[in-house]
Design a protein around this ligand. Sequence first.
Ligand SMILES: [Fe+2]
Ligand SMILES: [Fe+2]
Length: 316
Amino acid sequence: MNQPQIQEDEQKHVDAFNARIAAGKTIEPKDWMPEKYRKQLLRMMSQHAHSEVVGMLPEGNWLTRAPSLMRKAVLLAKVQDEAGHGLYIYSGAETLGTDRAEMIDQLLSGKAKYASIFNYPTLNWADMGAVGWLVDGAAIVNQTALAKCSYGPYARAMIRICKEENFHSKQGYQIMAHMMSGTKEQQEMAQDAINRFWWPVLMMFGPSDADSPNSDDLMKWKVKLYSNDDLRQRFIDRTVPQAEAIGIKIPDDKLKWNPTTRHYEFGEINFDELKSVITGNGPCNKLRMKQRNDAHKNGAWVREAAIAYAEKRAKE
Ligand SMILES: [Fe+2]
Ligand SMILES: [Fe+2]
C-alpha cells in the first residue's frame, strides 16, 4: 500500500471513531481507537484499579479493632468489595492490551500512581466513618460520571461498582451519625476525623482545571464528562447538607451557600500539598508501598496454587 492510501485509511478510522463518540456510542475492545486514547485510558483505568487495591490498606488497619462484631462484618464486606472493584477494573484495562501482572508490577515498583488520599493515616475508629462517608462519597461522584464514559468495559464496570460505593458511603455516614449522637468525646473524635480528611478529600478530584494537563483530550473523547472542578463542586454541594444534618462542622471558614449560583463557595485548596503527596512525600506513601509489596510477596503461594489448580482442571 502506498503512503497516501495508508493516510486515507487512517483518516477513515479516525472519522468513524469520532462519529461513534459524537453519537454517544461506546468504544469496544475490538474497535479501532487512536493510540493516544488507548494509552490515556490504560493510564486512567490502571490508576483507578491500583487505588481500589491500595485503598484497602488504611481500612484493613482497623478490621481487627472494630468496636463490635457488626462493625467488623460491615467493614470486612466493604474492604472485600474494594478488592472486587480492583479486579473488575484490571480486567477492563486488560482489554486495552496490557496484562494485569504488568500493571501490578508498575504499582509495586512505584512507577504507577494511585489516589493521593490513601497516603494519609487512619488514626482511630472515627476515621473509618470519615473515609467511608467522604472518600467513597467522592468516589461515587467520580464514578457515576465514568459510568457514562465512552469506553464500554470501563463504563459497565462502574455501574456495579457505584451500587457498592453507595453502601460504602452510607456505612461511613452511619458511623459518623452514630458518633455524633454519642458522648462529647465521641463527637470530638468524629469532628477531628473530618478536620483531617476534608481537605485531602477535596484534593482527590485532582488539580484545578487550569492545571490539569490530560483533561482536554479526555473530555474530547468523552472519557471524562466533567472537569475536576465541576466534580469537586458537585461533591461539596451534596456533602455539606449531610454534615449539617448530623452536626459536623466542615473545617472551612470560607464555606458559604451562594443562592444565585446555587452552589457552595469554598476556601482555597492547598495544591502544593497534593503535588507533594502525589510525588511520594505524603505521610504514608512509603508505608503503603511497603505494605502492598509485602502483601504481594506473602500472597505468592496463593497465586501459584491457583495457577496449578487451573492447569490441573484444564487437563481434566
Ligand atoms: Fe471502590
Ligand atoms: Fe468503596
